[in-house]
Write a protein that binds this ligand. Structure first.
Ligand SMILES: Cc1ncc(COP(=O)(O)O)c(C=O)c1O
Length: 418
């Protein structure tokens, strides 16, 4: 793979791509929503499929010449069904946020109540944060986790459901590290006559591989992104029971989106094919082991892990006991080639732009080959960086150790001559 045409046509973009490749190669990437796709996925993304309009669905399009994109989209749908055991799949949502919005608009009416998790307890913006447009259309109310156990406060959730009679109960989170009791949620939803939706964006790969619980057969609708633990291209997907299929499909197109991005759908199909292989199960099992290794090291160094522990691929860490804020920690770690993101912690007294926590995850570096010992070293590096925050020589030493680790597991060596 080379940039020979870009070099001639648009050297500034070519240069930015090369710099980004180098950045990705040289940092310990801990943002839990990021991953490194395969070269096969990259090829599909950069293919001529980007030229094709194909409004509609396979076999029923508004454009001619769609015989090849029909093959691509049907393969994506079939593989997704096989991966998750879903009755119906729509692979056209352009990303996770549009997938969620398409579901709300498909199944609810303006003014209806949705019960979702509070953002500071791990929920996502698209689950009703007041800054989003959806909060102007629907009435979102928010449940929380129990501070002592780190588990969802199911009893409080039930009381809120009984009181507010939501049309939809929503689970699935961005910064929550514990397993979800989908059956308990379904029982509460049945009690109040609500629909159930799980947004498994973060943990889709772990669910597909069977290392975390799968809500697909139990819940009415399940949405996901395809670019996190599932290790596909940036994109979204909706899975639902057959009885909701027509409403969901009509909501995505023509209700909300225009022509599907078939190059992206092809890349999704490739990634789903990869996730069906036995190696993907090993990959996801390693993600869980690596998270535990990182958790143990950080706990040894006195870090406060929110929700008590991690059952998945991420850890939310309250860094304030180390006399540093989330924003300062993120910036400091950037200087030693460790990338993570600042994040609110449950009931955070601080502001979102400078919260109390950082969020770290293991999927990306597990793709590069990191094992438990490597993640124990990552934990040591995080601790050493924060301990040496006012000591430039100490930080230089941490950066050297980070570069030793990244050099041990090369990323995209095939692209080195780009
Ligand atoms: C739980 C959850 N849902 C939805 C999204 C939105 O996905 P996107 O950024 O692809 O729109 C995210 C993104 O991080 C997420 O974590």
């Amino acid at each position: 793979m080379q940039l020979q045409y870009l070099d001639k046509q648009d050297p500034q973009i070519a240069e930015a791509i090369r710099h980004e490749l180098k950045r990705q190669q040289n940092v310990i990437e801990l943002i839990p929503s990021e991953n490194f796709v395969s070269l096969a996925v990259l090829e599909a993304l950069g293919s001529v499929l980007t030229n094709k309009y194909s409004e509609g669905y396979p076999g029923n399009r508004y454009y001619g010449g769609t015989e090849n994109v029909d093959v691509v989209e049907n393969l994506a749908i079939e593989r997704a069904k096989q991966l998750f055991g879903s009755e119906h799949v729509n692979v056209q949502p352009l990303s996770g946020a549009p997938a969620n919005i398409a579901v709300y608009l498909a199944l609810l009416n303006p003014g209806d109540t949705i019960l979702g998790m509070d953002l500071s307890h791990g929920g996502h913006l698209t689950h009703g944060h007041p800054v989003t447009h959806m909060a102007k259309i629907f009435n979102f109310i928010r449940y929380k986790t129990e501070l002592d156990t780190g588990l969802i406060d199911y009893e409080n959730l039930r009381q809120m459901a009984l009181e507010h009679k939501p049309k939809l109960i929503l689970v699935g989170y961005s910064a929550y590290s514990r397993e979800i009791d989908y059956e308990k949620i379904k029982n509460i939803a049945d009690e109040v006559g609500a629909l159930t939706m799980a947004d498994i964006a973060h943990i889709a790969g772990l669910i597909a591989a069977g290392v975390m619980k799968n809500p697909v057969r139990l819940f009415d609708v399940v949405t996901t992104t395809t670019h996190k633990t599932l290790r596909g291209p940036r994109g979204g997907m909706i899975m639902c029971k057959a009885k909701h299929a027509t409403l969901i499909d009509k909501s995505v197109f023509p209700g909300f989106q225009g022509g599907p991005h078939e190059h992206n759908i092809a890349a999704k199909a490739v990634a789903f094919g990869e996730a069906l292989k036995p190696e993907f199960k090993e990959y996801t099992a390693q993600i869980l082991k690596n998270t535990k290794a990182l958790e143990a090291t950080l706990k040894n160094h006195g870090f406060k892990i929110c929700f008590g522990q991690s059952d998945n691929h991420l850890l939310l860490i309250d860094v304030t006991p180390k006399n540093i804020t989330g924003k300062e920690a993120q910036n400091l770690l950037d200087t030693v080639n460790i990338t993570c993101n600042k994040n609110m912690i449950p009931n955070d007294p601080r502001k979102p732009m400078d919260p109390s926590g950082i969020r770290v995850g293991t999927p990306a570096m597990t793709t590069r080959g990191f094992k438990e010992a490597d993640f124990a070293e990552v934990g040591e590096l995080i601790a050493a960086a924060i301990d040496n925050k006012d000591n430039p020589a100490g930080l230089e030493e941490v950066k050297k150790r980070a570069l030793t680790l990244t050099a041990k597991y090369p990323l995209y060596p095939e692209l080195n001559n780009l």
